[in-house]
Design a protein around this ligand. Sequence first.
Ligand code: ARG
Ligand code: ZN
Ligand code: CA
Length: 233
Amino acid sequence: GLGTINIPVYIHIVLPNANDVSNSQIQSQISVLNNDFSSTNTNLLPSGATDFINDATTTGVSFSLAQTFRYNNSTSSWGTNDSVKSAYPPITPETHLNIWVCNIGGGILGYAQFPGGNLSTDGVVLLHSSLPGGSAAPYNLGRTATHEVGHYLNLRHIWGDGRCKQDDFVTDTPSSNGANYGCPSFPTVNCNTTDMTMNYMDYTDDACMYMFTDGQRNRMRAIFASGGARDTM
Ligand code: ARG
Ligand code: ZN
Ligand code: CA
């Protein structure tokens, strides 16, 4: 097999005062990614729940902070049209995950580019206040990054962005007919199956998501061996 795949990360903080996101927040964000992708997150089994716990898995993907860049920029709302990436282009996206931390606006927590897209826009954009310790509660435990990096590594939303029959191309994630929000009670049943509301690729609160599946791990890892944009990492 490929063994553990380590992805070096460049962080670009783009804010009116780029020091508003601290180095310790960046370190915490990298730790959240590493814990979530290795299934060592401490909210596994919240309040004694056993929901889908046997399906929670490590991914064999890890992250290391390569460098943080800070840019003071008075733009108050960057939107989702990649303009922050044009202003501050990604650095060696062939080998590095580039993450822009900025004010996106419109209530958007983050967005990502799937593998195979243009390298000039490759990477993940995060709302600055979604980082650990930020003000975007209940989305301030760093799991927007986990979710968006899932997209960056080829994962779809767990409900497939459609109704019951819409596939997320992962067999061990149950079908659903839409996103779940908040902290759903168990079981939440849609499409005659119990939703995996605690999957990182749903839209639930940061505190209430805690897992990837084997199928998601395999889908992520496949891109490193199949000639996609990530296979040079
Ligand atoms: N792309 C989603 C959004 O902007 C991110 C959802 C992240 N969910 C979370 N619990 N942090 O709304
Ligand atoms: Zn998403
Ligand atoms: Ca599925």
